[in-house]
Design a protein around this ligand. Structure first.
Ligand SMILES: Cc1ncc(C[n+]2csc(CCOP(=O)(O)OP(=O)(O)O)c2C)c(N)n1
Ligand SMILES: [Mg+2]
Length: 1011
């Protein structure tokens, strides 16, 4: 590094040889080189104003300078002029050379201090292995004057080149600007000491990146925390605690390695300091009032965190290694390093209660980040913790994943948004300088893996993980930062990975040099124990006793684990819902109350939906028209889609159920149909949410436009829904197809979460869907994907026992519906909350139906006694005389209205029955069976507007055949198979529609065909 620096400097010096001559300090030519911006430096102003108040408060050289400058100005003028002006023009030209040198030197020293504050981290000693530089680039910023003693003469050249200072200046004292705390109680220091202290603060085992923060108070706070001389001190007790925690962390991994040498565990070796680091963050946060910490983390060190931070019983962890234990719970379960945990305990350091939840997560790195944030937000919300003083989140990351995964960026962008902020997350990066087999140079383009955090002005503290006290200090500061400013902060633990990616991997294949060094690397526990022993803080015997004590705990737990006969994933639940289930975790009943409401309630909500609750509130004329339209519908006892949704939300709110609707532009609604937030047209930023004005004892309604993210926001809402069963949490995609950028949340959490982690989740996905001639995008919410992942067996005819509807819902992994009426949409939303358990609900929502007069519902379909209809049978002439019916068309969603219109035009209403499948999955075998039996002479058709390889066909076909005992076909009518979900050509769109409508009503279309 130093030689690099030297070569670079030499090159620069040669390149600028002539300039060097003219730049000699003290020459008048140098004066003209100083730019006005330098001369008007706030530092000079600071000195000037301090001098005006008390000439003795500044260094004597400044005193002399300002006296001179003032003396050379006309009487009365100097006081009125800014000090920067004093440095220019007449005042400057008349200044004696000596005073000018003082100004220049102080400015130079000021610049030098800033250079350390901004770029000191680039030369900090961050890599415990000493072979890589944490910022990838080994280049030393040329304005840093590092290591006076080592550099010798070179140092002098640097000092001269960048700052115009020479060797003789090293022992001169300089006034310190207020933007540094290196002086402690001193206001002046010799230059040599200034450089020494800057090096100690900025180029040791901690590298700080914070000068990009656009807030002076925050920058000052950080400077004070790291620059104040002697601030990084620990008491002997603190050192012993740290050692004991390191013992636990290290010996836990050793124990697992000894007992299960060929098992994957993604050990923490090389970053054992993570455990004391987390514990320090939690101790400090607990002291600041935090009562609940929600943690998200990847594989590395997860078991150790469970054992030593969350304090999962060790025998429970060891059980997970026993291949002979049978699973007690339904579902797939998950591997041990993905499981979550919830634990309430006393924090030993603060003697206060603290709840720790480590969220279960999939292998997909960083996917859990927004989920943790959502759950944290929900816990803050339900506790009324509006300032984030009670609940907080900690997110851990791997260096490669933190830099590579886009969801990290999406999650950071939620951190300051009012409806998504968790008021400060502490991020801890286990930066072992490798990702599986990939070097940092191939894994990222940014200097550090943490640069993504700069977008939200989060301070970033890089720290050498082999210096446990430095790590503790950084963690302490990070926790204090969070409780002071309620903003995100990043701790980058620069460490190494002692073994391969997992314990079976051979790292020498790909990183031979690094691993040769790692083999030589002494364990951090040994190094720290030696240090404390040499300091006399502990004796060797005490240390050995501490080790033996923990080893014994492990051995005893291991013996106890042998008594376990069965594995309970239920014991690893990260989000328990007390009182919602029975003690055994079962639903309290297997039925749900009717979802219909009285006319009175419907009217009341309808009135709220059509009026402005605030006085003197001027709304847009278009909105006014919409509200009048709603009032008109209410008076006629009808609802459109938006009003049906209003009724569902409003009624739940009145019953004390919190409703949260989040997604892009949801407040107005993509299709301008919702208008849940009214904006005053006269007063900027004045708005109101009528759904929050229903009744004084209602639950709050949250409706929030989200950032333009799907992965991050859907993950967030999933986390929000995890916190409580008594909330309807809905995420709406702008158009249904955009959910594919959140596919990871759908696949890894929503579809399979309960099977893997035995936890319920009632999140609702609203996915606008339908072929409206809008082109390949914006048309399909990809029902086929959701249906393919539905777990109800297509080939097994279920037993119709008890409340079959509820039993089926209980057994499924999610519910997929496509409602054709607002009333049914209303019921399905209410059913979601009235069910005695929670399942994700996927709703394909309409676009053109939002305004289609035929697609309105009467109050009669929503009043007391009515409920969600899993299918809507034909209720016209066909159903009155089913024996005459030749064909039954089963369909779902919007195409029903096209079929009904066509059938009417063709006068086939008594020959063709049209049956709507409203709940597609789980498949309503019972009701379909009844329809099939009703029309037993008719041929069966499945009609969809989607292409044949998309939509619902592949899902419904085998299930129809099961109902029909494979004795009768169900013919397909719809668009042909295609690669894109829809045509971009309007003409083709209509031609396709006509073609399949013709087939749907061509009663001879399938004549003679075999199946
Ligand atoms: C989204 C995703 N892509 C790929 C993988 C496969 N994978 C597992 S660990 C790993 C390397 C992770 O490196 P890093 O984030 O630095 O964590 P480390 O293992 O070094 O602690 C990869 C690529 C994954 N789990 N998730
Ligand atoms: Mg890594």
């Amino acid at each position: 590094r130093l030689s690099n620096h030297f070569l670079y400097m030499q090159a620069k010096l040669c390149q600028h040889q002539p300039a060097r001559v003219t730049l000699r300090r003290g020459c008048s030519s140098r004066v003209t080189q100083l730019s006005p911006s330098v001369l008007s430096s706030s530092y000079v102003e600071e000195m000037y104003y301090a001098w005006l108040e008390d000439p003795r408060s500044v260094h004597e050289s400044w005193d002399a300078y300002f006296r001179n400058a003032q003396a050379s100005s006309p009487v009365g003028e100097a006081e009125e002029r800014r000090p920067s002006m004093l440095l220019q023009g007449r005042a400057m030209s008349q200044t004696p050379a000596m005073s000018l040198k003082v100004v220049e030197d102080h400015l130079a020293v000021h610049n030098l201090i800033r250079a350390y504050q901004i770029r000191g981290h680039h030369v900090a000693q961050l890599d415990p292995l000493g072979i890589l530089t944490a910022d990838i680039d080994s280049f030393v910023p040329s304005d840093l004057i590092t290591t006076i003693d080592k550099l010798g003469k070179i140092f002098i050249i640097f000092l001269y080149w960048f700052y115009g200072l020479d060797e003789s200046d090293l022992d001169k004292t300089f006034q310190l600007p207020s933007t540094t705390f290196i002086g402690g109680h001193e206001t002046t220091l010799p230059l040599r000491e200034i450089i020494h202290r800057l090096e100690t603060s900025y180029c040791g085992h901690i590298g700080m990146e914070f000068m990009f923060i656009n807030n002076v108070e925050q920058c000052q706070w950080i400077r004070q925390k790291f620059e104040t001389p002697g601030i990084m001190k620990f008491t002997d007790r603190e050192k012993r605690t740290l050692l004991a925690r390191l013992v636990r962390s290290t010996r836990f991994e050793d124990f697992l390695a000894r007992k299960w040498s060929s098992e994957k565990r993604f050990g923490l070796e090389g970053c054992e300091v993570l455990i004391p680091a987390l514990k320090m963050i939690i101790d400090r946060s607990s002291a600041a009032g935090i009562e609940s910490v929600i943690i998200g983390m990847p594989h590395r060190g997860r078991l150790n965190v469970l054992a030593n931070v969350v304090r999962k019983d060790l025998d429970q962890i060891f059980c997970q290694f026993d291949p002979k234990l049978e699973a007690a719970d339904e579902g797939s379960g998950d591997v041990k390093y993905h499981l979550g945990m919830y634990h309430e305990r006393i924090n030993r350091e603060t003697d206060k209660n603290i709840t720790l939840s480590l969220m279960a997560n999939p292998s997909h790195l960083e996917a859990v980040d927004p989920v943790v944030q959502g759950k944290t937000k929900a816990e803050q919300f339900y506790r009324g913790d509006t300032e984030g003083k009670k609940v907080m989140s900690i997110l851990m990351h791997g260096d490669a994943a933190f830099a590579g995964q886009g969801v990290v960026y999406e999650t950071f962008h939620l951190s300051e948004l009012p409806s998504y902020t968790t008021l400060g997350t502490i991020h801890v990066v286990v930066n072992n300088q490798i990702g599986f087999t990939t070097d940092p140079r191939m894994a990222r383009s940014s200097p550090y893996p943490t640069d993504v955090a700069r977008v939200v002005n989060a301070p970033i503290f890089h720290v050498n993980a082999d210096d446990p006290e430095a790590v503790m200090y950084v963690c302490r500061v990070a926790a204090e930062w969070r409780s002071t400013f309620n903003k995100d902060v990043v701790i980058d633990l620069v460490c190494y990975r002692r073994f391969g990616h997992n314990e079976m991997d051979e790292p020498m294949f790909t990183q031979p040099l690094m691993y040769k060094q790692i083999r030589k690397q002494e364990h951090v526990l040994k190094k720290y124990a030696d240090k404390l022993i040499s300091e006399g803080v502990v004796t060797l015997q005490e240390f050995e006793e501490e080790v033996a004590k923990y080893d014994k705990i492990c051995e005893e737990a291991y013996t106890a684990s042998k008594d376990e006969k069965i594995l309970h994933i239920r014991h690893w639940l990260d989000s328990p819902w007390p009182n919602f289930f029975t003690a055994e975790g079962e639903p309290k009943c297997m039925s749900y109350p009717p979802t219909g409401l009285t006319d009175e309630v419907l009217k009341h909500i309808g009135e709220a939906a059509s009026s402005v609750p605030l006085q003197d509130f001027s709304i847009h004329s278009g909105v006014s028209r919409i509200l009048r339209g709603r009032a008109d519908m209410v008076s006629k006892r009808t609802v459109d889609w938006a009003l049906g949704e209003y009724m569902a939300f409003g009624s739940l709110l009145k019953d004390g159920i919190h409703v949260r609707l989040s997604g892009q532009d949801v407040e107005r609604g993509t299709f301008s149909h919702r208008h849940h937030v009214l904006h005053d047209q006269e007063v900027d930023k004045r708005f109101c949410i009528p759904l929050n004005h229903l009744s004084p004892d209602q639950a709050p309604y949250t409706v929030c436009n989200s950032s333009l993210s799907e992965y991050g926001v859907l993950g967030f809402e999933l986390g929000f829904a995890m916190a409580s069963p008594n909330a309807l949490v809905c995420w709406e995609a702008q158009f249904g197809d955009f959910h594919n950028t959140a596919q990871c949340i759908i696949d890894q959490f929503i579809s399979s979460g309960q099977a893997k982690w035995v936890r319920n989740n009632g999140i609702v996905l609203l996915l606008p869907h339908g072929m409206e001639g809008m082109g390949p995008e914006h048309s399909s919410a990809r029902p086929e994907r959701f249906l393919q992942m539905s777990k109800d067996d297509p080939d097994r005819y279920p037993e119709f026992t008890g409340d079959f509807e509820v039993q089926q819902l209980y057994d499924c992994n999610w519910i997929v519906v496509n409602c054709s009426t607002p009333a049914n949409y209303f019921h399905v939303l209410r059913r979601q909350i009235l069910l005695p358990f929670r399942k994700p609900l996927i709703i394909f929502t309409p676009k053109s139906l939002l305004r289609l007069p035929e697609a309105r519902s009467s109050f009669d379909e929503m009043t007391t006694g009515t409920k969600f209809r899993r299918i809507i049978p034909d209720e016209g002439p066909a159903s009155k005389n089913p024996g005459k019916v030749k064909r039954v068309i089963f369909c779902t969603g919007k195409v029903y209205y096209e079929l009904a219109k066509e059938r009417k035009q063709l006068k086939l209403e008594d020959t063709v029955a049209v049956v709507r499948l409203e709940q597609i999955s789980p498949f309503p075998f019972d009701l379909i069976k009844a329809e099939v039996e009703l029309y037993d002479n008719a041929e069966m058709i499945w009609c969809q507007e989607e292409h044949k390889n998309m939509g619902y066909y592949d899902y419904v076909r085998p299930r129809f055949l099961t109902v029909l005992s494979n004795k009768k076909p169900v013919w397909y009518v719809g668009r042909d198979p295609a690669a894109a979900p829809a045509t971009g050509n309007k003409f083709t769109h209509l031609a396709e529609l006509k073609r399949f409508m013709d087939t749907a009503f061509d009663l001879s279309a399938f004549e003679g065909r075999s199946f």
